[in-house]
Design a binder for this molecule. Structure first.
Ligand code: KIV
Length: 261
């Protein structure tokens, strides 16, 4: 899987199936099930390390998990989160951090933030690092947002729309929308020349991502509204992963009950 192929999938209207992944064994299971994109997400801070937020995750943690995933990923595309504090200071700081994740095996980095990150995105892309921009709910800003709340409702929708637009103008090759109303995500996807991946953003995005542990029902916390436990109706991890990929590809996930309006 390559960025060129992911762009072609958008043009063909073929849905992109993504899952977070943190180790080699799950990477090979996901790849075998046909997951297109493995996101080494900083959600590992919560689901692997047991932290309350993603904020304590370090660049060294991310490098370690990217290396693990890269060993099992086969042909899947690997996206890696730039962790909190590793890119916000300057484009140069972001380049230094991104280079470490790319050297560890990532094919693209993801960073949180809208127009304020446009200069950084331009800097990274012009130096050979593909970037996915993450807008909507930004978990690394949880304390500023006052919790994990849906973003982009009402007049704030235009702010999220413009944020995504400025990232694409700066050269972002993919967008991730988290916890925004489905009608906003649909409008932003129609306007976007690059693939959009949603989590809690409705069914009209070009692809979907879930936290692997939510999809397999192994995280002890409450399942977020936008997630579905694919283990519940299947007998094995491999069958659950295949069911997730099939449901994304045929558009049956996310359903209305996983969506915000
Ligand atoms: O770290 C993560 O798991 C994410 C989610 C949006 C999928 O970024």
């Amino acid at each position: 899987m390559t960025l060129t192929e992911l762009h072609a999938m958008k043009r063909r209207g073929e849905k992109i199936a993504a899952l977070t992944c943190y180790d080699a064994s799950f990477a090979s299971q996901c790849a075998a099930a046909g997951v297109d994109v493995l996101l080494v997400g900083d959600s590992l801070g919560m689901v692997v390390q047991g932290q309350a937020t993603t904020l304590p995750v370090s660049l060294e943690d991310m490098e370690y998990h990217v290396r693990c995933v890269a060993r099992g990923a086969g042909a899947a595309f690997i996206m890696a989160d730039l962790p909190f504090g590793s890119y916000q200071q300057s484009p140069q700081q972001a380049m230094h951090s991104a280079a470490r994740l790319m050297a560890a095996g990532a094919h693209m980095v993801k960073l949180e933030g809208g127009r304020v990150m446009a200069e950084t995105v331009e800097f990274l892309v012009s130096r050979g690092v593909p970037v996915c921009g993450h807008v909507g709910l930004l978990p690394q800003s949880v304390h500023l947002l006052g919790g994990y709340r849906v973003q982009g409702r009402g007049e704030n929708g235009m702010v999220v729309f413009e944020d995504a637009h400025s990232l694409v103008e700066a050269g972002a090759d993919m967008l991730l929308f988290e916890a925004i109303p489905d009608h906003l995500a649909a409008k932003m996807t129609a306007a976007s020349p690059v693939p959009t991946i949603g989590i809690g953003a409705g069914s009209q995005c070009d692809g979907q991502v879930l936290v692997l542990y939510d999809a397999l029902g192994v995280y002890p916390g409450k399942l977020p509204r936008f997630a579905r436990n694919f283990m519940a109706d299947t007998g094995s991890i491999q069958a659950a992963l295949a069911a997730y990929v099939a449901a994304v590809k045929d558009g049956s996930f996310p359903a209305a009950e996983h969506t915000f309006s």
